[in-house]
Design a binder for this molecule. Structure first.
Ligand SMILES: [Mg+2]
Length: 418
């Protein structure tokens, strides 16, 4: 069976240790030499950057988040073993893991590392589609001649290079489309590398829960289970017309993805209309502080994705769903486009305040729209109503520029600028 070595990048026919370097880190799959759609996802990204920059944290449980708005943003793997998860309220996380080191996010550093990783990805293929600061799709088909190696080996080299040049571990998935590549990268974290071939697509997907499907969040999953669709096999047994009648366009999408069909191309910058994030709660929430804590976490996620895509938005929208399932939205146009979590949050908090009396809510979401490429005219030109926001934005841009000029070694220098 075709096999590659993750350490010396040889390929050979017999599974087991690498005959060239004796490494046990080999990967065998019947289709490994022909698949070319990859998904790369850094492992506990924010926490990994903090551990890299402070080696005394290496074996300690690290939680990114906290501050005034107490929700976990990222937990390292040591903290995850103790049950800490992202989106968990900080008091709960600290009850599970009292000795955790809590660090407020340093977004500008994460953005700089992300851009460094992006550059490495773009040396592997021009077709890189970032999903967030620490995640991207890569189309490696057609790079064989350039790298004199099949995509699977180029991907192994890239992951190793990300580790050696940025100090960050990442996991990879390799398959024949985006949907499956993304599932694959999550199979064996951290430092995973998983392959899903065409021939095994059906058997691979069948037993998995419907929540495996991209876009099926907690609320949709609940609904699907109530309708008798627990696994992907359940969805596949239903016919497409039935799913479309029940769930509209989403039903059609569910039917296709349940069969492992996903024709979406890897594109450098998809024509995005908006970037948003939302969360559904286990229990309805009325409390302002708790809602704002979630809003902050979601604003960080939106900002993170906007920065990854080098986009900024001129409009902020807040969405809630009430306990009796009514959807309410409020939006606000900004004086200048933004991609900063702080500004998205501040605007979103004011919008949330307008509808707070209609709570409790079962869902809250925030997004930006009217998107433009980032650049002059956005946050860098300051928000007239909040001079501090302008100062923070300028500091962020300045440290990004320094890193771009002087590279990774300037990161410590860049930090002191804050
Ligand atoms: Mg990640």
């Amino acid at each position: 069976m075709p096999t590659i070595c993750r350490d010396c990048y040889e390929s050979f026919e017999r599974p087991g240790r690498c005959p060239a370097c004796r490494s046990p880190r080999t990967l065998s799959h019947p289709e490994i030499l022909t698949l070319g759609i990859a998904h790369i996802d850094c492992d506990a990204f924010y926490a990994s950057v903090e551990k890299r920059d402070d080696p005394t944290l290496a074996d300690r449980p690290v939680i990114i988040g906290g501050g005034r708005r107490g929700v976990v943003s990222t937990a390292c793997y040591v903290a995850r073993i103790r049950g800490v998860r992202s989106a968990m309220p900080m008091f709960k996380a600290l009850a599970l893991c009292p000795e955790a080191v809590v660090i407020p996010p340093r977004m500008e550093t994460y953005v700089a590392v992300s851009r460094q990783i992006r550059t490495l990805m773009e040396e592997a293929t021009p077709l890189v589609e970032p999903l967030s600061l620490d995640e991207a799709f890569l189309d490696l088909r057609g790079t064989q001649r350039l790298h004199r190696a099949p995509p699977a080996i180029t991907l192994a080299r890239l992951i190793a290079r990300i580790r050696s040049e940025t100090g960050i571990d990442a996991s990879a998935g390799l398959s024949h489309n985006k949907f499956l590549a993304k599932i694959a990268s999550d199979l064996d974290k951290p430092r995973g590398y998983s392959v899903v071939g065409e021939a095994e697509t059906d058997t691979f997907l069948a037993p998995r829960p419907v929540s495996t499907i991209w876009g099926v969040g907690a609320a949709t999953q609940k609904k699907l289970i109530a309708d008798g669709f627990r696994t992907i096999a359940d969805l596949r047994r239903a016919d497409e017309a039935d799913l479309t009648a029940r769930y509209g366009a989403m039903g059609r999408r569910l039917a296709a993805l349940a069969r492992g069909e996903d024709a979406r191309l890897v594109t450098r910058n998809a024509a995005m209309k908006s970037i948003s994030a939302e969360t559904t709660f286990d229990e309805d929430i009325r409390d302002r502080e708790t809602l704002e804590a979630h809003l902050w976490r979601l604003a960080v996620r939106v900002a993170d994705r906007a920065k990854a895509r080098t986009l900024a938005g001129r409009r902020v929208t807040v969405k809630v769903r009430t306990a009796d399932f009514r959807a309410l939205t409020r939006q606000s146009a900004l004086t200048s486009p933004t991609q900063l979590a702080d500004r998205i949050f501040t605007t979103g908090r004011a919008l949330l305040g307008l509808i707070l009396s209609q709570g409790p809510f079962r869902l809250v979401g925030v997004g930006i729209s009217d998107l433009l490429p980032e650049g002059e005219g956005d946050d860098a030109s300051a928000d007239l109503l909040d001079s501090q926001a302008g100062a923070r934005a300028r500091a962020e841009r300045a440290s990004d520029r320094i890193r771009a000029r002087f590279g990774a070694d300037s990161i410590a220098k860049g930090r002191s600028i804050r």
